[in-house]
Design a protein around this ligand. Sequence first.
Ligand code: CUA
Length: 334
Amino acid sequence: MRQLLRLIPLLLCMAACKGVQTTLDPAADQSVQSDLVWRAMLAVCGFMYVLTMAFLGWALWRSWRNRPVDPPAGQQQTERALGLGLTAWAGLIVAGLSALVLISYGVDRRLGQIGPDPIRVKVTASQWWWRIEYEGETPSRQVVTANELHLPAGRPAIIDLNSNDVIHSFWVPNLSGKEDLIPGRTNHLPITPRRLGVFRGECAEFCGLEHAKMAFKAMVDTPQQFEAWREAQLTPAPAPTDPQAAAGEQVFMTHGCATCHRIDGTEAGATLGPDLTHLASRTTLAAGMLPNTPTALRDWIADPQKIKDGALMPKVPLSETDRSRLVAYLETLR
Ligand code: CUA
């Protein structure tokens, strides 16, 4: 029983090796490469650490036993043994460091390679959310969304990273390493996802008050699912048929919402805030902070700063009735 109890911390440690936000559970070619470097470093450094500790223990044990390190008799032999030992030790260090250099060099080369026919996705960071755009064959086939990145499994993607304000950093640990988003320049991050799933991404560079609340989801779909999603995102918002939702559309157009947000198929065309054409099809609100439910949407509209202090979305004074109408309308944006 005691033996089993001792295993619990080990099992807990191993539980952290799987999950939607960990570098230890790679799901793309690039993260597999980073994982290889990490494992190599762990093996080489762990081995050297264990050896160093063993020698330290041995030296302490000798001094406790009060045995002289260099006995006068056979001094030459001892010196030869010490010389050999030091040479072997230096050789071990050189071998370990060379292995690490070779592995990191190979990984670095492979990280720069991009497979054929990559899909291009433009990600623009703003305090504190992500605009995500997919190029189309024509401008009318461009998809714009926010805080949810969809990628087809098995196809290389190049993520073009920009920022609107300060430096942010794009990081989906299961898929790739971090890459900064810098105002005025475009960085490119290749990702070739291999495993289907929903992974969590985070901004990894301090970018102001709500840096910790700047998350997003990376969804790896099958190619068919991805194309279906893309087609659905291309449809403009339908005119609401329900009277409550139709009244909500009026609230949206006349109470300032349209000055920041775009809803394709309506007069609202602003790009300061997230595109809301398919808001209801997304799974979270406020860059991963809230589940996308009518109640959470209502709370968010009622007081954005209460949920995300410093959020640039203003608190718009609305009556309870108007807020219900507005939520009813936004819920139709599937
Ligand atoms: Cu954006 Cu931290």
